[in-house]
Design a protein around this ligand. Structure first.
Ligand SMILES: NC(=O)c1ccc[n+]([C@@H]2O[C@H](COP(=O)([O-])OP(=O)(O)OC[C@H]3O[C@@H](n4cnc5c(N)ncnc54)[C@H](OP(=O)(O)O)[C@@H]3O)[C@@H](O)[C@H]2O)c1
Length: 248
């Protein structure tokens, strides 16, 4: 154990840690000396994340939409220091296809978005509490849409806004556990493959107009995730890693 590393001797649990931002966060946390548990639903993603991350990582199955699954998962994990929840709003292309303007929309898709983006964070935070160090932290992952309304995105925008309400209250309610939220802009991760081509085209156009002129990388967001774990004076903070998206 190298005590100069910021997460030396600490355990980090990353729900949604087998791809994209979660996987990049796992790499960075391990580089800072942490032992990491990455969790997600699919066996093939768990296997490849474990192979990629090496001996300082465990990969365990979890469907965070299922509270019983979450309770069993955290019991198995045992005591740990930092929790990050990174379940996407809609990684199922069939759900993505149904999302759009309120008029005439199949509302089951909006319920799924709320379930995935908001309720998984509630479920995991609650199930983790008995095992989470009091000097530890919870970092949730929101987005940028509440700060720039786009027509057709009301479902995910509302779920993200709910999450941003949740973490602020938890920062007070769960103290001294620190609770923060990272709000990524448009980030190039495997989730983009779930988007219908018209949405992907619109996002591509939008990112070219924003101040940094490109999409973000998973590693750039992961830096903010690890900052939230390691900075003991940061709680109740929303850290936007968005390339200036809201100014476009
Ligand atoms: N990429 C962006 O542009 C962007 C923008 C704003 C916010 N975000 C947020 O950033 C976070 C990470 O997204 P990403 O872009 O890195 O997506 P990603 O590459 O698709 O990774 C999502 C991860 O979540 C896991 N997952 C999905 N449903 C799950 C469930 N029910 N229970 C447990 N794990 C589950 C996936 O693994 P399995 O498939 O194996 O379950 C995967 O490991 C999400 O909260 C997303 O909303 C992303």
């Amino acid at each position: 154990m190298n005590p100069n590393k910021m997460l030396a001797g600490q355990r980090v649990v990353i729900v949604g840690g087998t791809s994209g931002i979660g996987l990049a966060t796992a790499h960075l946390a391990i580089a800072q000396g942490a032992k990491v548990v990455v969790a997600s639903r699919k066996a093939e993603r768990l296997k490849s994340a474990k192979a990629e991350l090496g001996p300082n990582a465990e990969a365990l199955r979890l469907d965070a939409t299922n509270p019983k699954d979450a309770a069993a998962f955290f019991k198995k994990v045992g005591k740990f220091h930092h929790l990050t929840v990174l379940v996407p709003a809609a990684d199922d292309p069939r759900v993505q296809k149904k999302l759009g303007p309120l008029a005439g929309m199949d509302l089951s898709a909006a319920h799924r978005v709320m379930e995935n983006k908001f309720w998984t964070s509630v479920t995991c935070a609650q199930a983790a509490l008995p095992y989470l160090a009091r000097k530890g932290s919870i970092t949730l992952c929101s987005g940028v849409s509440p700060r720039k309304a786009l027509p057709g995105y009301w479902a995910s925008t509302s779920a993200i806004a709910a999450l941003e309400g949740l973490f602020r209250v938890l920062a007070v309610e769960l103290a001294p556990i620190r609770v923060n939220c990272v709000g990524p802009g448009i980030i190039a991760t495997p989730i983009l493959t779930a988007l219908p081509p018209r949405r992907l085209k619109a996002w591509d156009k939008l990112t070219k107009r924003q101040p940094v002129g490109r999409m973000g990388t998973a590693e750039e967001v992961a830096q903010a995730m690890v900052y939230c774990m390691t900075n003991g004076f940061t709680t109740g903070a929303l850290i936007e890693i968005d390339g200036g998206y809201k100014f476009t």
